[in-house]
Design a protein. Structure first.
Length: 535
């Protein structure tokens, strides 16, 4: 008996499905190849940790899509890859930096630092510096250099690698291919060479790499465009990892990524090196750090708590008011009250910043006109903090209005009817029924809101920049700074340069602190749930 021939429709469907599968495989292969290319470039540039992350991403994607038993993970593969790249890696990198001296002066590897230091030069007393110079470019990378010293003497120098002689010769028209000479003493033309303009010479990156003249006293141009018979300033000794200054004879020893001599003078740059718990010890022991930090941490907790309480209270109040069934126009009013939530927060903050302007702001103009007062919002610490809370209240109440409006709808009305029959007044119904049941449903959101406000960098930085400054602080710290803005100032706005390692150590402490607070707050959430069950 003959088998039935498959229908054309089934065959077409199977073909399309097969093409789709091969197309999907091709897309994954292309993604893997791109990730492999990025990983190779990162390894090549010395960014080994980030390169390892890209290798892990390749492994995750390939495992999920090419291993048959792992197909259930393919919907999670790209999410896991993004989580690894944008969450896990920054956390681990911050932890690593917390135990290093990474920051200005220590941003490069040891090999790069040695190379930079060895390139530093000085002008010995018996050497010549030149006040004027002109470069002449020949074929390939062949150059001639004309120089003139402060005594008015001129000469022409060939490159050290040139096989032509002499390496140094006088500038005489008609000799060595030299043509007519300008008023300064430099040739207009040299046979086989093109005279470079000052701009062309200064933008030619190769010129600083070449040496001219004689081997004993070479002439070269430094990156600052000065020309002279310079010599290498520091000589590196790999045996004991030290530098010796040819100018002073002092020896510089390596101390945790910085070469320091007996007079406590440092060579810049240093290199990124492990410093153990030094950053944490500095955080704990430095009086200059502890002083502003005590003020900052206290304000940080107060700011987060007050922001949560004020926005929650106002949002809940509005929700209760508009929860009245008989109220007219409540849909329109709710729509208007939610407007602050629809505008980007940064724009709103900048608008409020202009309104609170001490000289031209509308708030001070009204207060001056009505009450004859003009508060110094940006110079008085308590007024600055009050202004921040007002702005945050405007930004945050619509969120809690939406959340509590939905939560109130979930509370059965028969509970209120029973309480009213029992003689409970409005305040008793709110405190004994509404609030306990509300806290059960919005408790986790309150924890998230507290943590968000605890790290609300945008509001602090965009509105007032952490000011006014604390006069007794030895670091960049202000009365409205919270820990995250203080860490930012320390890392990017400190007069001593960026201190990424120290800022990472403080961030790590902040991370542990927030995790601890979250655990405590979740305990309170469990208590609220138990209370809600007893209502």
């Amino acid at each position: 008996m003959n088998k039935p021939t498959p229908s054309v429709g089934k065959f077409a469907s199977k073909t399309i499905r097969s093409i789709g599968q091969w197309f999907g495989i091709a897309v994954i292969v292309v993604i893997d190849l791109l990730m492999a290319f990025f990983a190779f470039k990162l390894f090549q540039m010395g960014y080994v940790p980030l390169g390892i992350v890209f290798v892990l991403i390749i492994a995750i994607i390939s495992f999920a899509f090419f291993v048959p038993k792992a197909h259930m993970f393919k919907w999670m593969a790209f999410g896991l890859a993004a989580w690894l790249l944008f969450s896990i890696f920054p956390i681990l990198y911050t932890v690593y930096n917390a135990f290093t001296n990474y920051g200005d002066g220590h941003l490069i590897s040891k090999e790069q630092a040695i190379q930079q230091i060895e390139s530093e030069t000085y002008l010995p007393p018996d050497s010549r510096a030149f006040v004027s110079w002109v470069f002449y470019k020949g074929s390939g990378n062949d150059y001639l250099l004309w120089v003139k010293d402060d005594a008015g003497e001129t000469m022409m120098a060939r490159m050290l690698k040139s096989h032509e002689e002499p390496k140094v010769f006088d500038v005489v028209s008609g000799e060595n291919g030299i043509g007519e000479i300008d008023a300064n003493g430099a040739p207009y033309t040299i046979e086989g060479y093109e005279r470079l303009s000052g701009i062309a010479a200064s933008t030619d990156a190769n010129l600083t790499k070449y040496r001219f003249g004689e081997e004993e006293s070479p002439i070269f141009i430094r990156p600052d465009l000065s020309v002279g018979q310079f010599k290498q300033l520091y000589i590196y000794n790999p045996a004991d990892n030290t530098f010796t200054s040819q100018k002073t004879g002092l020896v510089y020893k390596d101390v945790k990524g910085t070469w320091i001599n007996s007079k406590n003078q440092k060579i810049i740059p240093g290199y990124t090196a492990g410093v153990g718990f030094d950053n944490f010890v500095q955080f704990v022991n430095s009086p200059g750090m502890r002083g502003p930090l005590a003020t900052i941490v206290t304000w940080n907790f107060a700011f987060a708590t007050l922001c949560l309480l004020t926005t929650f209270a106002l949002g809940l109040l509005i929700s209760i008011i508009y929860n009245e069934p008989k109220m007219k126009g409540k849909k329109l009013l709710r729509s208007l009250l939610i407007i602050p939530y629809t505008i980007p927060s940064l724009i709103t903050i900048l608008i409020w910043r202009a309104m609170f302007n001490q000289e031209m702001g509308i708030i001070n103009k009204v207060l001056l006109e009505v009450f004859n007062i003009a508060p110094r919002w940006y110079t008085n610490p308590w007024l600055a903090r009050t202004a921040l809370l007002i702005v945050n209240l405007w930004l945050g109440y619509p969120y809690w209005m939406l959340v509590t409006s939905g939560a109130l709808q979930g509370i059965p009305t028969d509970i209120y009817e029973a309480a009213q029959i029992d003689g409970a007044n409005g305040w008793q119904r709110f405190t004994k029924i509404t609030l306990p049941l509300l806290l059960v449903s919005v408790g986790p959101l309150m924890i998230a809101s507290f943590i968000f406000n605890f790290n609300n960098f945008n509001l602090i930085y965009a509105f007032i920049g952490g000011g006014p400054p604390i006069p007794t602080a030895t670091t960049a710290a202000g009365y409205t700074d919270i820990i995250i803005s203080y860490v930012y100032n320390l890392a990017f706005a400190s007069g001593r340069g960026a201190q990424y390692g120290y800022a990472s150590a403080i961030s790590l402490i902040l991370f542990v602190l927030i995790a601890f607070m979250s655990l405590i707050q979740f305990r309170f959430t469990n208590m609220w749930e138990e209370t809600g069950e007893n209502v």
